[in-house]
Design a protein around this ligand. Structure first.
Ligand SMILES: CSCCC(=O)C(=O)COP(=O)(O)O
Ligand SMILES: [Mg+2]
Length: 209
């Protein structure tokens, strides 16, 4: 691929560790879900209305355990995590190569966007409160499941259109083969990152070296 006009990055397993999401963020949301819903009835009512079942909180807890990437769950998780970041209990994990790559690509004039199943608000919280400081000035934009699921090629077509770029001008990086395949099917360049080896690259340093 030629030098891309923009880069699109996944979070979990790409900019940040799977363990941070699975072992820190998800349990934090799980532990605070019932109390948060009870304390923010009016604010969360429209979100709960999108969740099926007689006990939406029970459904949401099942979705957390099953790692469902459903938009209402992601919206609510983001609201709960915001509280944790504000209290200083949470700090967003990023690999050491993430800020280095973000700065390098910014210096090269290549805008970097995020595409994660986590809500856009949650993405901004993670990068705004990261262990490497506030990385938001290095990020040009954010996309979440409101652009569509990450394993469907139409989502990548929609993101390229939103950026005003032909799909082939975008380079997507993810640790999930099905997401890389979907991006390829939409005509994007796509790189599989596998932090433990076995992918196209093992770190963001190796993307566009
Ligand atoms: C905003 S960080 C939380 C990420 C998240 O909720 C998730 O499900 C991971 O999704 P990704 O698309 O980044 O693999
Ligand atoms: Mg991922």
């Amino acid at each position: 691929m030629d030098v891309p006009q923009a880069i699109l990055l996944d979070i979990e397993g790409t900019t940040s560790s799977i363990a941070f999401v699975a072992d820190v963020l998800f349990p934090y949301a799980r532990a605070h879900l019932r109390d948060f819903v009870a304390a923010h009835g009016e604010a969360v009512a429209p979100i709960l209305a999108e969740v099926p079942g007689d006990d939406p909180v029970a459904t949401l807890l099942e979705w957390i355990d099953a790692d469902r990437k459903a938009t209402p769950l992601k919206t609510l998780q983001g609201m709960i995590w915001a509280q944790g970041y504000a209290e200083g209990v949470l700090e967003g994990h990023v690999y050491p190569d993430t800020p280095v790559a973000l700065r390098r690509w910014r210096g090269a004039g290549i805008p970097v966007h995020i595409y994660s199943s986590g809500s856009i608000a949650a993405q901004k919280q993670l990068f705004g409160n990261s262990i490497a400081g506030d990385l938001r000035p290095l990020i040009a934009g954010y996309f979440d499941t409101t652009s569509g699921p990450k394993r469907e090629s139409a989502s990548y077509t929609a993101i390229a259109a939103a950026l005003g770029l032909p799909p082939s001008a975008l380079l997507f990086v993810s640790d999930v083969q099905a997401e890389v395949d979907a991006a390829h099917a939409a005509g994007l360049g796509a790189v599989l990152i596998a932090r433990d080896g076995g992918g196209d690259v093992q770190s963001l340093d190796a993307v566009l070296p």
